[in-house]
Design a protein around this ligand. Structure first.
Ligand SMILES: N[C@H](CCC[C@H](N)C(=O)O)C(=O)O
Length: 276
């Protein structure tokens, strides 16, 4: 079968985006892993599948697969690429679209300058995916990982994040500690591990060891989770600039019960087709 796709990225977090509206697509986890291989396949951090919505009031459905083949609930950088994709592919002429995900509806908006702002929904702090927080929700928790005790905040943006504050992201043990946190027994569905350096009350540097993909150049939901954790810890306020390895995002959160707004770029590198 010929699979048409776009290769895209949000700050170097890269994606293969597939139109599942005009193509009927069924990919197994093994096929997704093979497509994601950076030597033998196309290569990506995540594969994004665009399809028709289940409810009439929404415009699209959005399925997200890490390059380990596993399906997950949410992807922030992918949401920005999603709206650029459906616009470029003339699947919609709307500027702002309602997109169904596994954990609720997000609303990406493509503005004239090509920047995208996404309402990423309301963060949660005792998600069912992470049972140990359910009965004693706190701002942060001690966690034994890779032979050391770290203090993590748990934030769900639909997908789960464990965020810690470090003195300097450049020297943070992201590979060793991130890997240990990602597959820690306290996270039965695994977790994304964020390492945040506070630069100012409206500025952080962030690295994320992503569940199912390893460290990426940027993580949109990770940036949302880090800013929410920083605000809850009393370290950040207002609109926060997040410096990821691949570039900058702006994250805004007005506090408990409010949605998180993420603004940043989305780039199409090339389109192609491949036999699967
Ligand atoms: N690795 C994540 C999915 C991709 C999230 C990231 N690429 C983003 O931009 O939010 C997870 O397993 O929950």
């Amino acid at each position: 079968m010929k699979l048409k796709f776009s290769k895209m990225h949000g700050l170097g977090n890269d994606f293969v985006v597939v139109d599942g509206v005009r193509q009927s697509i069924e990919l197994t986890p093994e096929q997704i892993k093979a497509l994601g291989d950076r030597r033998f396949g196309i290569g990506f951090d995540q594969l994004l599948l665009v399809s028709a919505p289940e409810r009439p009031e929404n415009d699209f459905r959005y399925r997200i697969f890490n390059n380990d083949g596993g399906e997950v609930e949410q992807c922030g950088n992918g949401a920005r690429c999603f709206v650029r994709f459906v616009t470029e592919q003339r699947l919609t002429n709307k500027q702002s679209i309602r997109v169904e995900t596994a954990k609720g509806v997000i609303v990406p908006k493509l503005d004239k300058s090509g920047t995208v702002t996404v309402d990423m929904g309301v963060p949660h702090f005792a998600p069912a995916q992470i049972p140990f927080v359910a009965d004693k929700e706190a701002i942060s928790y001690p966690l034994e990982a890779a032979g050391r005790t770290v203090e993590i905040s748990v934030v769900s943006m639909g997908n789960p994040h464990a965020v810690q504050v470090v003195d300097d992201v450049a020297t943070a043990p992201v590979e060793e500690v991130g890997k240990a946190i990602e597959s820690h027994p306290r996270f039965p569905e695994r977790v994304n591990a964020g390492f945040m350096q506070i630069v100012a009350r409206n500025e952080i540097r962030l690295r994320v060891y992503e569940r199912g993909a390893g460290e990426t150049l940027a993580c949109g939901t990770g940036a949302c989770a880090a800013v929410v954790a920083g605000i809850r810890r009393g370290l950040l306020d207002g609109a926060v600039t997040v410096h990821a390895l691949g570039g900058d995002l702006t994250i805004e959160w007005a506090g408990e019960g409010a949605p998180v707004l993420m603004t940043g770029p989305a780039v199409t590198v090339f389109t192609g087709e491949i036999d699967v």
